[in-house]
Design a protein around this ligand. Structure first.
Ligand code: SF4
Length: 94
């Protein structure tokens, strides 16, 4: 059996026009968001990329802490792993 991809719903004229302003890299992401076929996390990614002109580094270094999406923005450097306190570490016999 050959599984064909599910066709995306039609876009409005305004969406088609707006999609043309996006670079090719993120067009599918934006289109899936508009069609309700993206996760909330993907929608946040699309919103942040739209906000910062598709500049991943600008999203990562965004300083607008008043933005409700700020804590959830993509491309942030990974936080270092917390070191458990000495009392919770395994005791190594010497
Ligand atoms: S978190 Fe920053 S990049 Fe994302 S939407 Fe808000 S202001 Fe824009």
């Amino acid at each position: 059996m050959n599984a064909s991809p599910v066709p995306l719903p039609e876009l409005t004229r305004a969406q088609e026009k707006r999609l043309g302003r996006w670079g090719t890299r993120y067009r599918n992401l934006v289109r899936r968001c508009w069609c309700g076929m993206a996760s909330p996390r993907q929608a946040i990614k699309a919103q942040c990329l739209d906000c910062q002109g598709e500049d991943r580094q600008a999203v990562a270094s965004c300083g607008d802490r008043c933005c409700p999406l700020w804590r959830f923005r993509p491309f942030q450097p990974k936080a270092p792993q917390a070191v458990p306190p000495a009392s919770k570490r395994a005791v190594v016999a010497s």
